[in-house]
Design a binder for this molecule. Sequence first.
Ligand code: ADP
Length: 490
Amino acid sequence: MSLAFRLGAFFLVALALLLGGFSVALYLLARAQLRQHLDERLANVQDALASAAEIEPDAIEWRPALQRSMDLAPAGEAPISWAAFDEHGNLLDRSGAADFSQALRALPQGGRVRRSLRLGDDRWRVAVHHLRPAQSPGERATGRRRAGPRHGESSVSVHASLTLVTGAREVIMESALVRVGFTLAGLSTLLWFLAAAAGLFVGRRVLSPVTRMASTAASMTANDRTQRLPSPGTRDELEVLADSFNGLLGRLHEALERQERFTGDASHQLRTPLTALISEIELARRRDRPPEEYRRVLDSILGDAVRLRQIVESLLFLARSDAESERPALESVELSLWLRDHLCHWENHPRAGDLHCETLEESPAWVKIHPPLLSQLVDNLLDNACKYSNPGTPVVIRLVHEPGAVALSVEDQGMGIEPLDLPHLFDPFFRSARARLRGTTGSGLGLSVVQRIAQTFGGRVTAESELGSGSRFVVHIPTIPSAMPAPSAV
Ligand code: ADP
């Protein structure tokens, strides 16, 4: 079931309930109004009849001729019939043929009463009004007739009490109500269908970008890396969604390309020493050779194998640090002590005499590191400094305090780096053209590993260089408060 359909169905059901409720309320209001209006008319006629009947202190005089002359049915409204009864329930007078004696029996005596009743075949709205003389019943003379009528009067009868009944058939009010009902139902249905059509149109229009995005996403293939979702240009949540999704696609494609480049470079880097290794073995096997020659070949094979192992180890480290979300367990270490201790491993290196270490004698620098990883970082930087500078030139390892961090730098006075190469130094397998031309061995993974290790410690690495003058690599590692236990870890 589509989203547009579900949304539309929800609002249409809500609208149907609203329109239904509104129509019923209007219908009930109209019915109450019409009934009130009819009741007012019945009461008016009763008042007119009552004012025409003269209420004496001891009796009520009834003059039929006066009442008959009243206009009791304005145009378009239900005609009102009336009847007058004496205190014994005898009919004194009435308009038309309406028989209200049944209503008189059915309705309670005294005051004004209004009811809807079935009289004969029709439903009637009936109002009853009891008139009494001003004095008590004992003082009244009942049933007497005045001696003679006044001028213009027919016979006038005198009674102890008088009951005036007015009524109108409800059929006219009911047909008006039926009209109101049909009009409301028709209007509501029309409104509902208009809203349904408009809702369907607007819903489809509003959601059409989603449909377009979905069909584009469905047609995307892994090979087509330039395709993106169409932006609806509506400056709303849908545009944000499309932009975010396109951003994600861009990042995924970048990661995929990096991965592919990485795999290609890795295969290339592994193939070169392997090819050299195989051809050396094949060459050695062609004929019998003296033992010194075999030793030389074996030494060369060992060199290639060591290179291969370094490459594989670096690749494994990079792959693992990509996949693992957890950091290795870090230890608190005082960096000056640790560095001096670590440089002991370099005592037998051919460039050992060129290495100068400037550590922080007075103020210790406590950091949280993983000592084997920091060893690898420092070794990679020192190895590069020695590789890309001439023997006899100094290589300086320096520790400097920075706000909230300590900077460990390795500086050489070697060949330097082209400014254009600087941004790519930390990309896996990057090797400068000058380094290749110079014939310096390397895999282009050393600095990537350095960067990854620095990030593992919550730090970063930067490179500065001047072509022909030398390079400086600085690793910034966050420091921790110095109130630490004695540097037993070193
Ligand atoms: P590798 O040294 O094995 O080639 P690295 O990742 O360690 O790989 O270094 C990448 C590239 O950065 C090197 O090929 C070289 O061009 C450049 N580079 C690194 N360190 C230095 C340095 N100290 N002086 C000059 N160039 C350097």
